[in-house]
Write a protein that binds this ligand. Structure first.
Ligand SMILES: NC(=O)c1ccc[n+]([C@@H]2O[C@H](COP(=O)([O-])OP(=O)(O)OC[C@H]3O[C@@H](n4cnc5c(N)ncnc54)[C@H](OP(=O)(O)O)[C@@H]3O)[C@@H](O)[C@H]2O)c1
Length: 324
């Protein structure tokens, strides 16, 4: 029988701020606090450190393998023939696991950039999304599923036009879609689309990624934890604005994956879900506070000739880069 995905997970992207050892230490704190879902990825550069934590947790009897749901992701530089299997096996080796519960295609194109590069950095080989290229990757993902190396397979950073292209062609349908979701960026249409197509929605940057690197910030960005509506609800409940963001996500049906290296925050991010729910009026207030503020714009994935980062997200309802 397939495992259920837990309602909240622990993010493991340390970005520039946290070293692999900091993140793996936090992952152990998270296991002890009761997190059972871990969002890992090859590109986060810390799977081998997190793998040591999983092994220790199994050896010490803190959790069994069956108790935890582990996600990993295929990075953009491994979309070629045979590379998906190779990449998944490397993640399994590093994570000290025989299988991942969910393996995601991290981004729907093979555009690579060096970790930590500036938003203006461009890779001359970057390309728009092409259905046939993506399906070659997905066929390899389906093979991982058939072999039991990934119990479920899914996608991340997709758009409705891209889903419309690929979903009819998938033999194994995506189990989940991981996408940016926080009060200032709700993506209601895409969220509803995913639910309608039986995908679990995993929400990244659920608190609005307050400590992301300066190079990833723009003047227009809104800080979720400082939005008037979030502060009002936090005040009603006497809780931190971060807890409001997470409660809102979970009550909406999103699986948030907050990241923290601070024990107090790790614990409160999990515990807040069990405390007094937000009222219907509070949910409505937050629903109406959407600022359409995307934080992970993806500049570095742009291809030669693309207008700006909005092209990555097919904002005019068509796949950008096709006959434009
Ligand atoms: N699929 C994708 O393309 C993709 C893209 C981006 C992210 N992700 C995943 O999503 C996860 C979460 O995203 P994220 O880390 O960018 O953003 P986030 O979870 O919204 O924010 C994390 C930041 O919030 C702070 N924080 C956490 N809990 C807090 C609390 N209770 N009070 C105050 N501050 C708090 C943390 O600092 P402290 O350490 O000080 O608590 C941390 O710096 C990532 O780790 C990664 O696993 C996936």
């Amino acid at each position: 029988m397939k495992k259920n995905i837990p309602p909240i997970g622990f993010g493991t992207f340390g970005s520039d701020k946290y070293k692999p050892e900091d993140v793996s230490k936090a992952a152990m704190t998270a296991i002890k606090a009761g997190y059972r879902l871990f969002d890992c990825a090859r590109v986060y550069g810390n799977e081998s450190e997190i793998g040591k934590v999983f092994k220790k947790a199994f050896d010490e009897g803190l959790v069994n393998r069956d108790d935890i749901f582990v996600i990993s992701k295929l990075w953009n530089d491994k979309h070629g023939d045979g590379e998906v299997m190779e990449s998944c096996k490397k993640s399994l080796e590093d994570l000290n696991l025989d299988y991942v519960d969910l393996y995601l295609v991290h981004w729907p194109f093979p555009n690579y950039h060096a970790p930590g590069c500036d938003a203006n950095a461009r890779n001359a080989n970057s390309r728009p999304f092409f259905t046939d290229e993506f399906m070659k990757v997905w066929r390899q993902m389906e093979q991982l599923y058939d072999m039991g190396l990934a119990k479920q397979i899914g996608m991340s950073n997709m758009t409705i036009p891209k889903f419309e292209q690929v979903l009819p062609k998938c033999r194994i349908k995506p189990f989940a879609h991981e996408m940016e979701i926080h009060p200032a960026f709700q993506q209601q249409e895409l969220f509803e689309y995913c639910i309608r197509h039986n995908m679990k929605v995993i929400g990244y940057c659920p608190i609005g990624s307050p400590n992301r690197p300066e190079r990833d910030k723009t003047d227009e960005d809104v800080a979720d934890t400082r939005m008037a509506e979030i502060l009002e609800v936090a005040n009603n409940h006497g809780i931190h604005p971060a807890s409001v963001c997470l409660k809102w996500a979970a009550q909406r049906g999103v699986i948030p994956i907050p990241m923290s290296c601070n024990e107090k925050n790790i614990v409160s991010n999990l515990e807040c879900l069990a405390q007094n729910p937000l009222s219907d009026d509070e949910m409505e207030l937050i629903k109406n506070s959407d600022k359409n503020c995307r934080l992970v714009k993806g500049h570095v994935f742009l291809w030669e000739g693309a207008s700006d980062w909005r092209a990555l997200w097919d904002e005019n309802g068509k796949i950008s880069g096709w006959n434009d």
